[in-house]
Design a protein around this ligand. Sequence first.
Ligand code: NOJ
Ligand code: CA
Length: 527
Amino acid sequence: MSSFRPAPAWLADAVFYQIYPQSFADSNGDGIGDFDGIRERLDHLAWLGVNTVWLNPCFASPFGDAGYDVADYLNVAPRYGSNDDLARLVDQARGHGIRVLLDLVAGHTSDRHPWFTASADDPDDHRYIWAAEGRPDGFVASPGSRPGAYLPNFFTFQPALNFGYARTDPAEPWRQPVDAEGPRANREALRTVMDHWLGLGLSGFRVDMAASLVKDDPGKTETSKVWTELRHWLDRTHPDAVILSEWGEPEVSVPAGFHTDFFLQFGGPTDGLALRSLWSNGSGTVNLDWDPLDCFFDPSGKGSPRPFVEAWQQASAALGDSGFISLPTANHDFSRLNCGPRSAEQLPVAFVFQLTWPTLPAIYYGDEIGMRYIPDLPDTEGSVLGPAYNRAGSRTPMQWDDGPNAGFSTSDHPYLPVDPDPGRPTVAAQRADDTSLLHLVRRLIALRTSTPELGPDGSVEVVHAGYPFVHVRGGRYLVVVNPREERTSCPLGDLRPGRALEASGVVTDGGTLTAEAFGYGIFELTP
Ligand code: NOJ
Ligand code: CA
């Protein structure tokens, strides 16, 4: 049994929308998206029906890793506006029924953060992990007057904050215990940072690399304790706020204290198989060292929904009603939905699935109009992670209309180039066409929001775990998706679909259901 307060009631109805702030809307023509740009688009987001926005880091930063190298946790980067501009955005968002979460980069700072520059000159400072002499494996030579070397958490310019080690070793004196002075100061700093932004009206945080805090931590036992302590503090001081982890193992992160965790391309016993087998196998963006894998939502029809369903069953059984699993369409680190062998016409089925499955949906900005991954872009603010791994392709400007830079910015030098395809999708064109993906996504969100059986707490029963994929929600709604480029059929047993709430290319004939290529449907069952 969890000892936490139940998640705030609003979370069960959350439809997350991830905004990459530098790429969403540029209000002042300097080429970089900003808070006022987002504020001017709140009407649109409210029209779409999303109710919880999460913003990638928008804090002062040298932007070596697009803002994941924080130089000041308490002040925003001037390129996005001021703290007051953020407060205004959050206020007006609330007026539109939209909550805003920030990104808490808990495990590391920039090497330009004053904590680090001070630490690099002071051998008695333990906010970071320092080897007093030499340069052990994985460490980086001190840039300051302090001798020795520090441990980075991601890029070398992102020194790991010291939350201690689960296992100490006299031969490696930098392995401090979790209750040493540095780790205690850092845990307190997390509370200070969270308190600051929650006080300004923010509703919580997506937490970057949440599993990375305590080093050499088998089973993440000690890292979990850090989050448990933090959740108890949140429950007491900000009971309406939520924390959403970048961890990828809800079975561990939610019992540790997170209200919800993403299924990600990595993490957990299957190393991200749930999401990778669905629609993010890396094709189009990433080679990593992933095993070649056919996605269920690829047109070839060679994939299977089973790895996803099994991972979901396992995780949701472990969670009970203590928290939620979040299912993203994509994010700023991996492929968009529209990439590799998957084209825009194949996206409706993916959204029908995402918005009817008992997880919390997270839509990555632009996926709702079918923006694609753009190959071969310049390395921008640390976007390149490997020879065939450039995250820039998933971070291009939001496509609003037919104006300059697709309406993103009037600058000649936008943050990243817009999709050069003259037929690129835009919000304006899709809003004007009620057969568009955007309208479908909007209707699906509205349906989900008005139908508790389709939310994360409704029951689910899988009727056919193949092509087509068929499931029943809350004993009342039959959902069908066929991501394959060929017609498929399956038996329906006693189930009798009645009124279609949303359907394209699905028919039933007696006890057989047939779905055309990329067909989908949500039907009321006839009792
Ligand atoms: C995960 C973030 O999503 C990614 O963009 C970033 O580069 C690393 N963490 C380091 O903070
Ligand atoms: Ca701007």
